[in-house]
Write a protein that binds this ligand. Structure first.
Ligand code: UDP
Length: 237
């Protein structure tokens, strides 16, 4: 166990975050900064698993909104997460770390197919594990994939970086009296209708006792500051 009290964490990185100021694709500076923070975290003795979204490339719902088939759109979305995952795996290696990409959608010439035992063995061997392809099924999000993989890989906590530094009593962008919670139970978050993640993702986390730490992606202290409790965040559960 590292001195943070956590041994194994799962980090959810949204695809949108990788796009930076662009509306599409991967901004290399952001990719390298995310990779640097992840390598920093593993150097502190933590085992790190990652799930990346694909919103910077394509979302199934947008395809469906334009008259396309939702399932095909979701397949495209899952492929987008694979693009982001192999890019992050490479950036982690360039930043001096070790990474191993697994995908829930089989594509053996690009990365290994996800299995719980393969991913746990890679984590125990000191590699950062990147889980691509979401859950492998349409009609889900990568938040749900993140909760699922965190539970399957026996992670102590899921870290979710957002635009704001935690969970607030109301939208802080609209309501100046909104207050940030330092900690809140899954049940209270649900009772107060605080949208931490989508319903399926949150239900999985609550039913399996998975804590979630919500923090600001823009925080200067980065992931290490969050995990060591030096920067503002909210712990749910
Ligand atoms: N997706 C899917 N099944 C999953 C995860 C993702 O079909 O288990 C598709 C879905 O179309 C989604 C897209 O992949 O819109 C990208 O994922 P997400 O929207 O969660 O990315 P993020 O918002 O985190 O960038």
């Amino acid at each position: 166990m590292s001195r943070t009290g956590y041994s194994r964490v799962l980090l959810k990185v949204s695809g949108e975050a990788l796009a930076g100021d662009q509306s599409y694709g991967i901004e290399p500076k952001i990719l390298n900064e995310v990779a640097r923070q992840i390598v920093d975290l593993s150097r502190r003795g933590l085992q790190v698993a990652i799930v990346i979204g694909g919103g910077n490339i394509v979302r199934g719902m947008s395809i469906a909104a334009e008259g396309g088939d939702r399932v095909i759109g979701d397949h495209m979305g899952m492929l987008g997460t694979v693009i982001n995952s192999v890019a992050l795996g490479d950036a982690i290696r360039r930043a001096g770390g070790r990474s191993h990409v697994f995908s829930s959608v089989s594509m053996p010439s690009i990365c290994d197919t996800f299995t719980q035992r393969g991913a746990i063995a890679a984590l125990e061997g000191g590699a950062t594990v990147i889980c691509a392809g979401g859950t492998g099924n349409p009609f889900f999000t990568t938040d749900t994939a993140a909760a699922l993989k965190a539970i399957e890989l026996k992670c102590d906590v899921m870290l979710k970086g957002t635009k704001v530094d935690g969970v607030y009593s109301a939208d802080p962008a609209k309501d100046p009296s909104a207050e940030r919670f330092d900690a809140i139970s899954h049940e209270d978050a649900l009772a107060r209708d605080l949208r931490v993640m989508d319903t399926a993702a949150f239900a999985l986390a609550r039913d399996n006792g998975l804590p979630i730490i919500v923090y600001a992606l823009s925080d200067k202290e980065g992931l290490v500051g969050v995990i060591e409790g030096r920067t503002p965040s909210t712990r749910v559960g």
